[in-house]
Ligand binder design. Structure first.
Ligand code: DGY
Length: 410
């Protein structure tokens, strides 16, 4: 009989590489941005000091303009592609040139609230860096309505979500050249993005590199710019948490209230009335993705209530054996095992659950928490799960699933 709390702690400890935590051995051997913020939340359940170190190490890779990269390549690992040589970035630590959902400020606030004695000095010291990242997002990633855009499918974390299909189909990747994927040598290729998608992921990296990762240039050079619920809801939430921290700690942070109003308008602009859901929108063409994803349910996390999303959620909780599927099972592109085209992800569930709880939807929050807990205790600390059978998929002994267990689901 194994003890899941102990197992979860052991996963974090085993994936600790000294100041940062890898998502999982083999498949993801570096420090990933939002994985790391979730790892910090998990560590805070038994080692608050180590939780702060995780965030500090993440921000040690921050670029001088405020950007915090999606991967920090602390030590080279030939088992991963594309590595630092492909990205060609010049930050303080070898890194990728894109971001991930900016959840670090939100997690920092939660960790500080858990233990203010350890957290006070640490959160104070990190605050300017977190604010600088927020300002970078405000400067470079908003569309004309205030919704936050992703400039690479990897930025949202939802790599192969159907949200990007139309935009990706318009990208010409015929000259991407030869390259060797590594992900499919670690896990089942049926669980991973297709070659069609992968060619375009790499093509977009090449475009970024040719532009020297200059954001002004990329505004027009990058064909991939999609306003998305993950980026919009997490950025809005982060701005609210930064404002709360600045008030509690008495730190000046000019402009946050205006930023929140702008981000709120942007997030609301992602409501697709015909679809009856929050959706993604191509920022170049204005076209909707027509996609009900698990990110659509992150509205409450951003402090946005929606009766229609609540009805949808109740239906999902009643009809899907292991909710929340990353793509609506009633839609034609649903694929129960392929990464973000169907599978259930514990971290998204946690953020949805935290949001529901904050907004007083405690019954739904508790249902989702209990179902996520049952899923993990029955099928283990997998990267993600088949929403119809619960069977584990992708990598195993996964850091963020363990952290979600410790902080919320267990
Ligand atoms: C990958 O390499 O599959 C990652 O999702 C990039 O962040």
């Amino acid at each position: 009989q194994t003890n899941p709390d102990r197992e979860a702690r052991n996963i974090l400890i085993a994936n600790d590489r000294g100041g940062y935590t890898i998502p999982t051995e083999g498949l993801y051997p570096y420090q990933w941005n939002w994985d790391s913020a979730i790892a910090a939340l998990g560590f805070a359940e038994f080692d608050n000091d180590r939780a702060w170190t995780e965030l500090e190490t993440l921000f040690s890779g921050q670029w001088s303009d405020g950007m915090v990269p999606h991967i920090l390549f602390h030590k080279s690992d030939p088992g991963y592609f594309p590595g630092p040589d492909v990205w060609g970035c010049n930050g303080p630590i070898p890194s990728s040139g894109i971001i991930q959902p900016p959840i670090a400020a939100t997690m920092a606030r939660r960790i500080w609230e858990k233990d203010r004695t350890v957290g006070e000095a640490r959160v104070r010291a990190l605050f300017p860096a977190m604010l600088a990242w927020h300002r970078w997002v405000m400067k470079w990633r908003l569309d004309d309505r205030g919704a936050v855009c992703t400039t690479h499918p990897w930025e949202t974390g939802r790599d192969n979500a159907p949200d990007w299909d139309n935009t990706m189909a318009r990208i010409d990747a015929s000259d991407v050249g030869e390259y060797q994927r590594r992900d499919t040598s670690h896990v089942n290729s049926e669980d991973r993005p297709t070659k069609f998608d992968y060619d375009r992921y790499i093509k977009l990296v090449q475009i970024g590199r040719q532009s020297n990762w200059d954001q002004q240039t990329l505004l027009s050079a990058n064909p991939f710019r999609v306003a998305d619920p993950t980026m919009s809801f997490t950025s809005l939430r982060a701005a609210r948490d930064l404002l709360a921290l600045s008030a509690a700690l008495g730190i000046e942070a000019d402009g946050l209230e205006d930023d929140i109003a702008r981000l709120e308008a942007g997030a609301l602009s992602l409501w697709n009335d015909d679809l009856g859901s929050f959706d993604s929108r191509d920022a170049h063409s204005g076209e909707w993705s027509e996609s009900v994803s698990n990110a659509s349910y992150m509205c409450w996390f951003a402090g946005i209530d929606s009766e229609k999303m609540l009805d949808r959620l109740r239906h999902t909780l009643d009809t899907v054996p292991y909710p929340i599927p990353s793509y609506d099972p009633d839609m034609p592109k649903f694929d129960a095992r392929r990464y973000w085209r169907g599978p259930t992800w514990a971290i998204i569930n946690m953020m949805v659950g935290i949001g529901l709880n904050d907004m007083g939807h405690t019954k739904e929050a508790e249902q989702l928490r209990a179902k996520t807990g049952d899923l993990i205790s029955a099928y283990g600390f997998a990267e993600y799960f088949d929403p119809t059978t619960g069977s584990p998929a992708g990598g195993n002994a996964f850091t963020w699933t363990a952290a979600v267990w410790l902080h919320w689901a267990g």
